[in-house]
Design a protein around this ligand. Structure first.
Ligand code: GLP
Length: 221
């Protein structure tokens, strides 16, 4: 079921849900980047839940960008969330750990809640079209479409990394609960195809139809 509301209300609702859940002792939160989740992080910063026993796993990171680069996903998370709230540990896939990332997630008990955005080509994290439903965390080549979409954050399209580390679809699908959020009219069609269309590797987000506890949120803006 798609819950449609204003962006502010969607973000508030998700942040309240997460805050209620982290009251449980140990918690594992899967985090996304991109413009979509920024409002959720803003709301979390306002609510200030106790994340001291929460471990986070980010979905992805560009290959070749230092943590201090203002377009790295580590930098993004520091800017929007980590500088304000105290977590037990924050993990990102990187050159050293990507082969063990799925095991690291399992060893922490698996992801309790995963926040997800969707790319205009139906990707989730950086699992581009034709990714396997059983893919593990790995290095991927970004598609032209993704490079073009993400170039809005860079000075020039040539500055956009062409490779990224991405959490695989196996770990994402094993999350206990998933919040898929799409914002903007340009996401409406791909969200509709992902959620109500055929389950196909061409639209990796369509695998989410097979998830046991998926909540889908859409906002025109
Ligand atoms: C990037 C990220 C995805 C994100 C997507 C959509 O490619 N790797 O995790 O869902 O962008 O981004 P936005 O929310 O800015 O539309």
């Amino acid at each position: 079921m798609i819950r449609s509301n204003t962006y502010e209300k969607v973000c508030h609702q998700i942040a309240v849900d997460i805050s209620n859940k982290v009251k449980e002792n140990h918690f594992v939160l899967g985090l996304a980047t991109g413009s979509t989740p920024i409002g959720i992080y803003k709301e979390l910063v306002k609510i200030k839940p106790d994340f001291s026993k929460t471990i986070t796993f980010n979905l992805d990171e560009y290959v070749g960008l230092e943590e201090t680069h203002d377009q790295s996903y580590r930098y993004f998370m520091n800017e929007h969330l980590f500088q304000y709230l105290n977590f037990e540990k924050n993990y990102f896939p990187n050159e050293q750990n990507y082969n063990q990332y799925d095991i690291m997630i399992k060893n922490c008990g698996g992801i309790d809640v995963q926040i997800l955005g969707i790319g205009t080509n139906g990707h989730i994290a950086f699992n581009e079209p034709h990714s396997s439903r059983y893919s593990s965390t790995r290095v991927v080549d970004l598609t032209k479409n993704t490079i073009k979409d993400n170039s809005r954050f860079f000075k020039d399209v040539k500055d956009v990394p062409t490779k990224a580390y991405t959490m695989g679809l196996s770990s994402i699908m094993e999350a206990e609960e998933i919040y898929l959020v799409a914002v903007g009219k340009h996401k409406k069609d791909i969200l509709e195809r992902a959620i109500n269309g055929e389950v196909t590797p061409e639209i990796p987000a369509s695998y989410l139809q097979q998830h046991k506890k998926l909540k889908v949120y859409y906002s025109d803006r």
